[in-house]
Design a protein around this ligand. Structure first.
Ligand SMILES: [Zn+2]
Length: 364
């Protein structure tokens, strides 16, 4: 068995400390693909990236969505399962509506469908007040709760941390920590306006952009405007290049001269350029290939036990067998595969949930 489900109670991993908004360590060298068209082909079939959404609650189950409702008082009939679907759909809709880049000092920048979307592959709920309140918890969260980390992006939703939206640990990461979705959701309820959730969808697209090798276009990794910053894309001008043609700095929040690029901090964050898409599709064709639907890190997975835990199993072929393969009461298991065989003996106890997703189209 190639998958090891981590136990849910050991937290020996170090808790690191971050202070920046959207902090990413510059540890991965991304090849300079400026203006290349090797990997992004406009109009190609969409690539679907597997995403798992985790809700981190306080120890008593409060402070976030839960399995049954939104956790508010009084509660609304809108569970974490509902919200995970909703917010990924929102993010996908923003990708559907890629904007024209506002800054085009070098000539017209075409606007293409980004060619990728998110596919929800699992939703989990964990209780841990310490990690709920820890800004730097991503290492620990991924080590303790991350699922199928070789072929899914794990998104963890915890609590509000000042003005911070979230972060990844490095360019090319496979995990994202978000702080504001629940707060934004509460604002949407209180104001009866779903627009407040847009910021959560945007930050998903931004952080996953980092996972897919994108840098900020105008700012350092820690979010400081820098005149000569290079994001390895030719069609995203630097601050200095705008200053050189007597334009104001585009590193600002909301004005006609401000960037509207997804990878800056601005009011729009809805433009992805062709060179950025080249980086993204390079990642989706190589390092993150197995994260795309119909591609798998594991070819054949024999599951003899679910280890008394909740978890996700992703493999091209899955075989579930043996009387030890029991989904316990209160546990949730996801299976995702091109073909799944259930042999006699497996069991789902009352109150356990077994979600089976067979991608039969992948076999065609
Ligand atoms: Zn960022």
């Amino acid at each position: 068995m190639k998958y090891l489900l981590l136990t849910l109670i050991s937290f020996s991993c170090a808790i690191s400390s971050f202070s920046q908004n959207c902090f990413i360590e510059d540890t991965t060298v991304v090849p300079d693909l400026k203006s290349g068209t090797n990997y992004f082909v406009p109009g190609s079939p969409l690539k679907c990236i597997r995403v798992i959404v985790h809700f981190i609650q306080k120890d008593d189950g409060t402070g976030n969505f839960n399995e049954n409702d939104d956790g508010l008082t009084p509660s609304n009939n809108f569970s974490g399962y509902d919200f995970a679907k909703y917010i990924l759909n929102y993010a996908n809709n923003l990708l559907d509506n890629n904007q024209e880049m506002r800054l085009q000092p070098f000539g017209l920048v075409p606007v293409y469908d980004p060619g990728y979307r998110y596919k929800l592959s699992g939703v989990f709920f964990w209780r841990n007040t310490t990690l709920y309140n820890d800004y730097g918890a991503l290492n620990c969260l991924q080590a303790s709760y991350g699922q199928s980390t070789n072929d899914t992006i794990n998104i963890f939703i915890t609590s509000l941390h000042g003005n911070t939206g979230g972060y990844v640990r490095y360019i090319g990461d496979n995990a994202v920590l978000l702080f504001k979705p629940y707060t934004n959701y509460i604002a949407s309820v209180n104001n009866n306006n779903n627009w407040y959730n847009r910021a959560s969808a945007i930050v998903i697209n931004h952080e996953v952009g980092h996972c897919l090798n994108l840098y900020h276009t105008l700012m350092t990794n820690s979010g400081t405007c820098k005149a000569s910053w290079d994001d390895f894309c030719d069609d995203t001008p630097s601050i200095q290049q705008m200053l050189d043609i007597n334009e104001p700095s585009p590193c600002c929040w909301n004005d006609v001269h401000c960037s509207n690029n997804l990878m800056d901090y601005n009011a729009d964050q809805q433009s992805i350029t062709p060179d950025q898409l080249e980086h993204i599709h390079s990642a989706l064709n190589i390092e993150k290939l197995n994260f795309c639907e119909c591609n798998y890190y594991t070819t054949t997975l024999n599951i003899n036990s679910f280890n008394n835990s909740s978890g996700t199993y992703v493999a091209k072929n899955i075989i579930v067998s043996g009387s030890s393969a029991v989904v316990k009461t209160g546990k949730t298991v996801y299976l995702e595969s091109d073909g799944i065989t259930f042999n006699t003996g497996f069991e789902v106890q009352a109150g356990g949930k077994l979600n089976v997703l067979v991608n039969s189209d992948c076999n065609q």
